[in-house]
Design a protein around this ligand. Structure first.
Ligand code: TMP
Length: 220
């Protein structure tokens, strides 16, 4: 596949969507004419967006963790087969707001499901597809949750307010999420780049672009 697959991961309020917008603009300017596809998980196809709605709305305890993991991987399987792989085959640069690492962390390390089994279920859904680069936007859980709350409040957006099922899982859960992501960064040091996202969006953006600028000239 001739494309490039970049994922953005992190806890709540880590600023992924802002960074993705900034990177998209920069890639468009740097590689004129190249297709840049922005997508997200859970979601990214009409059916996967329906699954997203089940996953991110309602009471925190409404689903078993096992069902939650299977729904995440079902929506990802649709997304990979219908959107990501075709785009990479066309030569696109794909920027995804979350991917498999989120399941390994949120459902695996933070909710105590066995990570190796989650990896095996992914392999059942689609051939082993790993991002070329993963930016982990690392922020303390307390700060991230505060930012996420303010964002919802400031936007007065009923949709984002309704999408608070994971935020409602509590601070201890989100501390495990942060630790889980950092553990994955240790496990995949060549792929996962840890970005200090505790300061301004501009501060994160500088780190992300410095990495991309050093890495991308090697690619056709
Ligand atoms: P978002 O806030 O980045 O839109 O993601 C929605 C929520 O879904 C977020 O709290 C993280 C959670 N999530 C998982 O628990 N596992 C996953 O595999 C994915 C993709 C998201």
């Amino acid at each position: 596949m001739s494309g490039l697959f970049i994922t953005f991961e992190g806890g709540e309020g880590s600023g992924k969507s802002t960074q993705i917008k900034l990177v998209k603009t920069w890639l468009e300017e740097t590689f004129p004419g190249r297709e840049i596809l922005v997508t997200r998980e859970p979601g990214g196809t009409p059916e996967a967006e329906l699954i997203r709605n089940i996953l991110v709305t309602g009471a925190a305890e409404k689903l078993s963790v096992e069902a939650e993991a299977l729904l995440m991987i079902a929506s990802r399987t649709e997304h990979v087969q219908k959107v990501i792989i075709p785009a990479l085959q066309r030569g696109a640069m794909v920027l995804s707001d979350r991917f498999s690492d989120s399941t390994l962390v949120y459902q695996g390390l933070a909710h105590d499901l066995p990570v190796e089994e989650l990896i095996a279920i992914h392999e059942f859904g689609f051939d082993d597809l790993q991002p070329d680069i993963t930016f982990l936007l690392d922020v303390p859980a307390e700060l991230g949750l505060q930012r996420a709350e303010h964002r919802q409040y400031a936007q007065k957006d009923p949709k984002s307010e309704a999408e608070s099922r994971f935020e409602d899982k509590g601070i201890a859960f989100h501390q495990r999420v942060r630790a889980g992501f950092l553990a994955l960064a240790d496990r995949y040091p060549g792929r996962v780049i840890v970005i200090d996202a505790s300061q301004s969006p501009e501060h994160s953006d500088k780190q992300v672009k410095a990495h991309l600028a050093a890495r991308l000239p090697d690619r056709p």
